[in-house]
Ligand binder design. Structure first.
Ligand SMILES: Nc1nc2c(ncn2[C@@H]2O[C@H](COP(=O)(O)OP(=O)(O)OP(=O)(O)O)[C@@H](O)[C@H]2O)c(=O)[nH]1
Ligand SMILES: [Mg+2]
Length: 200
């Protein structure tokens, strides 16, 4: 699949700001700082499209990116596990995620991102279980693959599969924004996801 165009279409803090439901969507979920916005920039080939930051908690809204003039959307979800969030901010985050993940008919799948250097956190596990419950699971990206050796990466792939209790045919793709490892494979997976009938 080729991504030739990408633009920010909507920034939403709630359902009223979502764009119309007429276009298939793929969303990125994962803890803060795992590399969701970076991955979006990498896939679209536009470095400055989504704001990337060394400090976690950069993306606090649900950001909808139009790909190829209406072919599909990539949705950058706000990260979790950001320690400095107050309780009311955490509640707001939870409600925002729930509203979107449970009530979005054109959401085809959620790609869960985990950092390849660490075992999945309790929140990663919780998120993947939640996605499984809603039938949105099945694709995981291990980010920052450039930070560890090939051997260690294999070990950590096994740890991620085990930690998240991934099914045998669930897909796990190591990706690096520096070396562009995994980008083409992920694009092919996304192409399949947007063309499969909803709910399958
Ligand atoms: N070495 C390396 N660094 C990466 C990679 N992907 C992301 N980063 C770095 O990780 C940091 C966080 O990246 P973001 O893309 O802003 O993370 P995010 O998941 O969008 O974070 P929030 O918006 O806070 O939820 C940045 O400093 C990125 O440059 C990667 O594949 N390799
Ligand atoms: Mg972000």
């Amino acid at each position: 699949m080729k991504i030739t165009k990408a633009k920010l279409e909507a920034v939403a803090a709630g359902a009223r700001q979502y764009p119309p439901e007429n276009i298939p969507e793929i969303a990125f979920a994962g803890r803060s700082n795992v590399g969701k916005s970076t991955l979006l920039n990498l896939l679209t080939g536009r470095r400055g499209l989504a704001r990337v930051s060394g400090s976690p908690g950069k993306t606090r809204t649900i950001n909808f990116y139009d790909i190829n003039d209406g072919q599909f959307r990539i949705v950058d979800l706000p990260g979790y596990g950001y320690a400095k969030l107050s309780r009311s901010q955490t509640e707001k985050w939870g409600k925002m995620m729930e509203d979107y993940l449970e009530h979005r008919p054109n959401l085809m799948r959620v790609i869960q991102l985990v950092d390849c250097r660490h075992d999945p956190s309790a929140q990663d596990v919780q998120m993947y279980e939640y996605l499984r419950y809603f039938g949105l699971d099945g694709v995981v990206v291990a980010t920052k693959a450039d930070k560890i050796s090939k051997n260690k990466l294999q070990v950590s792939e096994r740890a991620i599969r085990k930690g998240l209790s991934m099914a045998k045919d669930d897909i796990l793709i190591p990706v690096s924004s520096l070396s562009r490892t995994g980008v083409e494979e992920l694009k092919d997976v996304i192409e399949d996801l947007i063309s499969s009938p909803a709910g399958e």
